[in-house]
Structure formats: C-alpha cells, structure tokens
Design a protein around this ligand. Structure first.
Ligand code: KG4
Length: 338
C-alpha cells in the first residue's frame, strides 16, 4: 500500500506544505511573508500571525496540486523545532488537529534533519540520493554546522559556529553596505560582477571543526568605516568588489573546515543545505572541491535550500516507515539540536 505524507513547515517566516508519496514529491507549496521587509528582519509576532492566515490555503493548495484527497494521507509530519516558538505553534497545532480529525499518525520532524534529508527528495524514481555515511555542510541564517550523517536518524554535529552563522555574516555585512534584508542574495548578485581578490578581510583561527564569522564581520565593518572617512562614496564605487571579496572570504572559511572534516571522516560524499547553499559561489566552490578530491557532491535544487515542507515530508516519511510517531502532548522547541 502507498505511503502518503503531508509535511507542514512553519518554523520561521515561510508557511509551507508538501505531499510525498512513496518517497516521490507530488507538491511543495511555499508562502513567503513580505511583511518583515520594512523591519530589516523577521518580527516573530508578525510571523505567527501570517502563518495563521496562510496555513489553511497553503495546505489546501498542496493537496490540490498533488491531486489527492486528505483521506488518502497516511500521516501528518510537522516541524517541531528549532525555530520561533510562535511560528512553530501554528504548524504544530494545525498538524495535531488534522491528524486527530483524520485519525492518522502524527510525526514530528527536527527542522535541521529536514535540511539534511532534503537530498532524499526525489521527483523521479531514477533520481540519485546520497549513500550513508556522508557529510553535510548546513549553512543558513541561524546555523553553520558540519554534520556527519550515518542514517536518517543518526547524525553527529562535528563542528558548529561559535558566534554568527554564515547567513548572518552575509546579511550583516550587506546591511553595512546599505543593501536590503536579507542581504545574502544581493551579495551573491553583486559578487558576479566584482573582483574577489580586491579586498582582504580577517579570517578566524578556531581550532577543530568549529566556525566563527564575527571577526570577519568586524573586519568588514572597520574596512568600510575607515575608507568612507577618506571617500564618502567608497561603498557606492566599490559595491561589486566588496561583495565579491566578502563572498570569497566566507567560501574560503567554509571550505577550509569542510576539507578538514572530509579528511577526518573519510566520507565519499558531501552535501550542502540551508539558505546559504543557494549562493552561486558556495555551490560552485563545493562542486569544484568535490571534483578535485574525487568526492560526490550533492547540491540541492534552489527550491529546497530555503525553508520548505518537502524536506519535512521526506524526513517524516522515513520516520513513518519506522513507526516513529509523536504524541499529542509534544510541544515545539526553539533551541538548535540535532
Ligand atoms: O535557511 P534559511 O532560509 O533560513 C534560516 O536561517 O532558517 O536561510 C536564510 C539565510 C539568510 O541569511 C540569507 O541571506 C541567506 O540564507 N541566503 C543567501 C542566499 N540566499 C539566501 N546567502 C547568500 N547567497 C544567497 N544566494
């Protein structure tokens, strides 16, 4: 009998629902929230209100696009955390209500597991998926982690950021340059026209496999502050070169630890995930690194780099097959864990 999972994601500012049947993606609907743009970051209270408005139409659209009736669902999978508690509560409560109403199991999903497992989302039976064990570089606005993945439910964090995440480095430096939030995609676009070797910024000297991006951020800020004193139009005149140099530095920091982790673990495959894995420079650098080292690279489709319910549905699908269901008394969690 077919296994059909509805995934629900509401951990931050994207309301998403997706349907996966027997491991194949049937639909993935994402409603992003533009309400935060004018505040330069996500406002938690506004995010949860927008989720409340979006959740019913988004779930309906996901079922319609999949061409299925809700009675055909085997289980409801939802993101339990980490994330914004108010946002998570909307998806969690909706998932519980739907599971109770349909009398089908409820499956809770760790958002970070979802990002890692997004490489198992297949559109065709012939799509290639990673073989265990593999390494994941998970880079987003909230996390920068190197994770050894031994199984869908067996993951070990080998290293993580001790301060800012890679996405924060992109966003905060972009803000200093006067670019809108989130700045990552703007830096990516500008970097394509700039000289990546024009400016040098500080790189961290952190032992083991941990990351740090706060020093780079300060170094970027001071470079601009000093240069603007001499030429008020400095940023305007050098936007592309600043973006390209910043992006190159972030990539070098990411690849340096990735290389150490590959050597330490001896894995044969490397995957990337999270919002920053949409960055064209990062994607190219990881693909080139894997080419040079005889490794298989798994670079996600851009639609699966940001928050989406397809990754929740696939993670839920694996748990469903193992009968790992969740009770109705389980509550969302905000903190980062794997
Ligand atoms: O995973 P995500 O959508 O949200 C969470 O952090 O949970 O990641 C968002 C982050 C932001 O910092 C954003 O600037 C960054 O991903 N980002 C990018 C690009 N697209 C999104 N950073 C660099 N280049 C991009 N193309």
């Amino acid at each position: 009998m077919s296994v059909t999972i509805l995934g629900i994601e509401s951990s931050c500012d994207d309301t998403s629902a997706a349907v996966i049947r027997d491991g194949l993606l049937l639909s993935n609907v994402i409603a992003s929230q533009s309400v935060h743009e004018e505040y330069g970051g996500v406002v938690p209270e506004l995010a949860s209100r927008a989720h409340q408005q979006n959740i019913v139409p988004v779930v309906k659209a996901a079922l319609d696009r999949a061409g299925i009736d809700k009675k055909e669902l085997s289980a409801i999978a939802f993101t339990r955390g980490p994330g914004l508690l108010g946002s998570l509560l909307v998806g969690t409560s909706f998932a519980k209500g739907m599971s109770l109403g349909l009398r089908i199991p409820l499956v809770d999903v760790n958002h970070l597991h979802g990002h890692v497992l997004s490489h198992f989302i297949r559109k065709e039976v012939s799509d290639t998926v990673p073989e265990y064990p593999f390494l994941t570089l998970l880079i987003s606005g909230g996390n920068s982690q190197l994770i050894l993945v031994r199984g869908y439910n067996d993951m070990e964090i080998l290293g993580a950021t001790i301060d800012d995440a890679a996405g924060e480095a992109f966003d905060k430096c972009a803000k200093v340059m006067g670019l809108p939030y989130p700045g990552g995609p703007h830096i990516d676009r500008l970097a394509k026209e700039g000289d990546p070797s024009r400016f040098k910024f500080a790189k961290p000297r952190i032992p083991a496999l941990d990351y740090s991006f706060s020093g780079l951020k300060t170094s970027f800020l001071y470079t601009l502050r000093d240069a603007v004193k001499l030429d008020p139009d400095f940023v305007e005149k050098n936007r592309a070169d600043l973006a390209a140099s910043l992006q190159r530095t972030i990539i070098e920091i990411l690849i340096d630890k990735l290389d150490k982790a590959v050597k330490q673990t001896g894995v044969k495959s490397v995957a990337i995930g999270g919002g920053v894995s949409a960055n064209s420079g990062v994607r190219q650098a990881v693909a080139d690194y894997c080419d040079r080292n005889g490794l298989k690279a798994f670079i996600p489709e851009r639609a699966f780099t940001t928050d989406n319910a397809a990754m929740v549905a696939i993670a839920g699908y694996f748990k469903y097959l193992d009968r790992q269901f969740c009770g109705y008394d389980e509550v969302p969690f905000a903190r980062v864990t794997v």
